[in-house]
Design a protein around this ligand. Structure first.
Ligand SMILES: [Zn+2]
Ligand SMILES: [Zn+2]
Length: 145
């Protein structure tokens, strides 16, 4: 697959046990929906998801690496994160800068909460959540598909 941002090659790698496709050039990350299906489906907190996803009717400027259709984007409020996703259910795209920003936010939050987990572990959990089937269903529901 080609990177929707820079057309670089997407390389499959393991990130804390999660399979992701990372662009070798811009370091953005593509997450296929539902790859974890056989392993587990994350039980999502309905209220958390409802409160944190914000519909954006605008289309993004990226094309899905799987079907080449324009992706839409939505805002994940908890981290003020803008995520591009394919409304055909292929997956979600994260720019490298966004990933870094979320990691920093998580590090700060964990420090405040004086928790033992690392920001990386927290991030891995978040990535896992993004990939889960329940999450993709929620996003689809949000867009009325
Ligand atoms: Zn790229
Ligand atoms: Zn697609």
């Amino acid at each position: 697959m080609k990177c929707p941002r820079c057309q670089g090659e997407l390389i499959t790698e393991q990130y804390k046990g999660i399979e992701v496709d990372r662009c070798a050039k811009c370091k953005g990350m593509w997450l296929d929906y539902g790859e974890l299906d056989q392993l587990e489906d994350i039980v999502l907190d309905e209220d958390e998801i409802k409160g944190s996803l914000m519909f954006r009717s605008m289309r993004g400027d990226l094309l899905c690496p799987k079907c080449q259709r324009p992706m839409q984007f939505f805002n994940y409020r908890a981290y003020d994160l803008e995520l591009d996703f394919c409304d055909q259910g292929h997956g979600v795209w994260l720019d490298a800068g966004e990933e870094k920003r979320v990691l920093e936010l998580m590090a700060r939050r964990i420090k405040d909460l004086k928790r033992k987990e690392s920001a990386e572990a927290e991030w891995a959990g978040f990535v896992r959540k993004l990939k889960s089937k329940s999450f993709s269903k929620k996003v689809k529901g949000l867009f009325g598909k």
